[in-house]
Design a protein around this ligand. Structure first.
Ligand SMILES: Cc1cc2nc3c(=O)[nH]c(=O)nc-3n(C[C@H](O)[C@H](O)[C@H](O)COP(=O)(O)O)c2cc1C
Length: 365
C-alpha cells in the first residue's frame, strides 16, 4: 500500500493508543509483523510549549523503520509547529487525530469535536500539508461520525482529502458511542467508495482475530486494517496475519516458549527505553498482558501488582510460564493398561483439563 510516497508493504497497522503504544510496544509489534506504527496522540499545544513529557513520547521507530507521529489540536499555527517537530525526528508521516472521544479533548474542541467543524478541520489539514515537504504525507484518523444521526464520515473524509490528506483511517464508531457498541463497517465501506482509489482507507475497530481482519477487508474494501486493543497482550496477531496474508497457514496462538521470548524482549526494551520512576508500572502492565488468558493468569496478575521491584515482577511471570511449560507439553499421555500400577498413573504429567498446550485457559479449571 502506498501513502503518498511512503510504502507500507504489510497493510496491517498498529493503532495509536495513549499510554499503550510507547516505543517498546511499537517495536515488539513491528518485529512480529505490524506494517506500520504511529505514536500515541500528542498535543500540539504541549509540543509547542516545549512540554518535556510530551516531547519524550515523540520517538522514532528503531532500526530506521518508518513510523508516524499523531498530533491533535485546533490551532493551525501550533499544528504546523508540532508537525515540523515530528519532521525533525524523521517521521514518515504526520497523522492528525480527529477521532478522540475523551471528554477533556472534546471539551477543548479537539479530537472528534473537529468532525463538527469540517471547515476548521480542512484549514488544519491544509496548513500542515503546506508546511511539510511533499514526501511527508499528512493523514487523518476520524470516527464514523458524531452520533447516529450524523454518520457523515464519507463527506468528512472527502473534505480532508480535498484539503490534502493522503490517507484516511476510520474507526467505525461514533463519538457518542465511545468504545461501546458495535463497529459500523458499512460506514467504512462508504468512505472507501467515496474517495479516489489512490487514497488508502484504513478500517479500524474490533479486529481481534484473523477472521475479524478478513471480515473488515471483505466487508469494507479497505486498503489496510488498523488494530488497537486486539494487539494488547496479543502482538502475535500481527505475525498470524502476516503469515495468512502471504498464503501460509495460520500459525495459531503462540507457544509458551514464544510467549516467554517476546515477554523478555518487551521487558528488555522497557528497561532500555523507559528507565526511571515509571519502569515498575510499565513492567507490571506488560506482565499483565503476557499472562492474559493463561491458566492461573488472573491470580498472577493480581500478585504482580503488589510486587515493588521490576525484577521480582519479571521472575514471577517467568516462573509461571515455566511451570506451565513443564507440565503442559505432554506429547503423549498414554492411558496405562489395566494392569499398570497406580504409581504409573501418578507419574503421568498432570495437566489441568482446561489448559491447552500453549498454556491458554480453555475454560473454567
Ligand atoms: C487505551 C486507548 C488509547 C487510545 N489512544 C488513541 C490515540 O492516542 N489516538 C487515536 O487516534 N486513537 C486512540 N485510541 C483509539 C484506537 O486507536 C482505536 O481507534 C480504537 O481503540 C478502536 O480500535 P480497536 O477496536 O482495534 O481497539 C485509543 C484507544 C484506547 C483503547
Amino acid at each position: 500500500m502506498r501513502v503518498g510516497s511512503v510504502d507500507i508493504s504489510i497493510p496491517v497497522l498498529l493503532a495509536p493508543m495513549a499510554a499503550v503504544t510507547d516505543l517498546p510496544f511499537r517495536t515488539v509489534c513491528e518485529e512480529l509483523g505490524a506494517g506500520f506504527t504511529i505514536t500515541e496522540f500528542l498535543s500540539a499545544h504541549a509540543i509547542t510549549a516545549g512540554d518535556p513529557k510530551t516531547i519524550a513520547k515523540m520517538t522514532p521507530s528503531l532500526d530506521g523503520r518508518p513510523f508516524g507521529v499523531q498530533i491533535f489540536g485546533r490551532e493551525p499555527e501550533r499544528m504546523i509547529d508540532a508537525a515540523r517537530t515530528a519532521l525533525s525526528i524523521g517521521a514518515s508521516l504526520v497523522d492528525i487525530n480527529m477521532g478522540c472521544p475523551a471528554k477533556r479533548v472534546v471539551a477543548g474542541a479537539c479530537g472528534s469535536a473537529l468532525m463538527r467543524e469540517p471547515q476548521l478541520a480542512q484549514e488544519i489539514v491544509r496548513a500542515v500539508r503546506s508546511a511539510l515537504p511533499d514526501r511527508v504525507p499528512v493523514t487523518v484518523k476520524h470516527r464514523a461520525g458524531w452520533d447516529d444521526l450524523h454518520l457523515d464520515a464519507p463527506e468528512f473524509a472527502c473534505a480532508m482529502v480535498e484539503a490534502g490528506a493522503s490517507m484516511i483511517t476510520v474507526h467505525g464508531r461514533t463519538r457518542t458511542q465511545g468504545f461501546s457498541g458495535t463497529v459500523n463497517r458499512d460506514v467504512i465501506r462508504r468512505v472507501r467508495d467515496a474517495l479516489p482509489a489512490h487514497v488508502p482507507v484504513v478500517g479500524n475497530g474490533d479486529v481481534v482475530t484473523v477472521e475479524d481482519e478478513r471480515r473488515m477487508r471483505e466487508e469494507t474494501g479497505c486498503d489496510a486494517v488498523m488494530i488497537g486493543r486486539g494487539a494488547m497482550g496479543n502482538p502475535w496477531l500481527f505475525a498470524r496475519l502476516r503469515a495468512v496474508r502471504s498464503g501460509s497457514p495460520d500459525p495459531g496462538a503462540p507457544t509458551l516458549i514464544e510467549r516467554r521470548k517476546v515477554f523478555l524482549r518487551h521487558i528488555e526494551l522497557l528497561g532500555r527505553l523507559r528507565p526511571g520512576a515509571k519502569l515498575l508500572h510499565e513492567v507490571r502492565k506488560a506482565s499483565a498482558w503476557y499472562v492474559k488468558g493463561l491458566y492461573g493468569g488472573g491470580a498472577l496478575r493480581a500478585r504482580v501488582w503488589n510486587l515493588v521491584r521490576p525484577e521480582d515482577v519479571v521472575s514471577s511471570v517467568l516462573e509461571h510460564i515455566d511451570q506451565l511449560t513443564a507440565r503442559s507439553p505432554t506429547p503423549v499421555v498414554t492411558i496405562p493398561a489395566a494392569t499398570a500400577s497406580a504409581q504409573a498413573l501418578r507419574a503421568a504429567p498432570r495437566v489441568p483439563p482446561s489448559v491447552e498446550p500453549n498454556g491458554l485457559h480453555a475454560g473454567p479449571p
